[in-house]
Design a protein around this ligand. Structure first.
Ligand code: PGA
Length: 261
């Protein structure tokens, strides 16, 4: 049995587009093209497909899409539900706007905003409080990889960023080597396999059956030409896609990996 269906045969892969700080209203046509293609493909799609646009587009995107079952997520949230936090968006606001998930602890948030594992964990709690799935990102820098610290770093981020109440239904892990993000570089499949197997065993140790069923996405320079190889690795249950999610054609080329023909 392929371990891409760990334990429970019901683990559905997930392909998530992270638009980052890209996308004006005009870009909605790309998301709509994705949703329409999913509607046409119907039951053959084989994965959950989500786009996480900037917060300004969450509501309109979730209102316009849904025909093909495409879901919409946020890219970050505050820990609090409401309050004096100028410029921030709460998990409840994202849910109210139609999001079903939120990316948390992305390396760009960790680097640009000094987000720690502890803060990420509090944000995961906030996401769960609002009924959102938390997509929790972990990954090593090139310096850490060269110093053979990858497994230690990822394991520490995983332990620190997840609250005890994480379940297979409310939490998704995204392994994203920082040096692979937006660079066109990807790790060797053997390296992806090693990290994903380690993550799976840590999740199992801590969460039991839920750890077995929690989806572990790979992210970092995923594109149509390398998606099949990366998604074929044991314990890779989908992809978190940045640059290649901005154009429907590229994103659908990745979604196609899970298409049941
Ligand atoms: P990339 O970004 O696909 O452009 O490398 C991935 C991510 O940061 O989520």
């Amino acid at each position: 049995m392929s371990s891409n269906a760990p334990g429970a045969a019901s683990v559905k892969p997930m392909v998530v587009g992270n638009w980052k700080m890209n996308g004006l209203k005009a870009a909605l046509s790309e998301a709509l093209a994705v949703d329409e293609a999913l509607a046409e493909a119907g039951a053959t799609v084989g994965s959950e497909v989500m786009i996480c646009p900037p917060a300004t587009l969450v509501m309109v995107m979730s209102e316009l899409s849904g025909k093909g079952g495409m879901t919409v997520g946020g890219q970050d949230c505050h820990t609090a539900e409401t309050g004096a936090h100028t410029g921030d968006v709460s998990a409840e606001m994202l849910a109210d706007a139609g999001a079903t998930a939120v990316i948390l602890g992305h390396s760009e948030r960790r680097a640009d905003h000094g987000e720690t594992d502890q803060l990420v964990r509090q944000k995961v709690v906030a996401a769960h409080r609002a009924g959102l799935v938390a997509i929790v990102c972990v990954g090593e820098t090139i310096g850490q990889r060269n110093a053979a610290l990858t497994l230690d770093v990822v394991s520490r981020q995983l332990a620190g960023s997840l609250p005890d109440e994480a379940t297979a239904a409310n939490t998704v892990i995204a392994y994203e080597p920082v040096w692979a993000i937006g660079t066109g570089l990807t790790p060797q499949v053997t390296d992806v396999a090693e990290v994903h197997a380690m993550i799976r065993s840590r999740l199992r140790e801590r969460f039991g059956e839920d750890g077995e069923g929690m989806r572990i996405l790979y992210g970092g320079s995923v594109k149509p030409s390398n998606a099949a190889e990366l998604m074929g690795v044991d314990h890779v249950n989908g992809a978190l896609v940045g640059g290649a999610s901005l154009k429907a054609k590229d994103f659908l080329g990745i979604v196609d990996v899970y298409r049941q023909k």
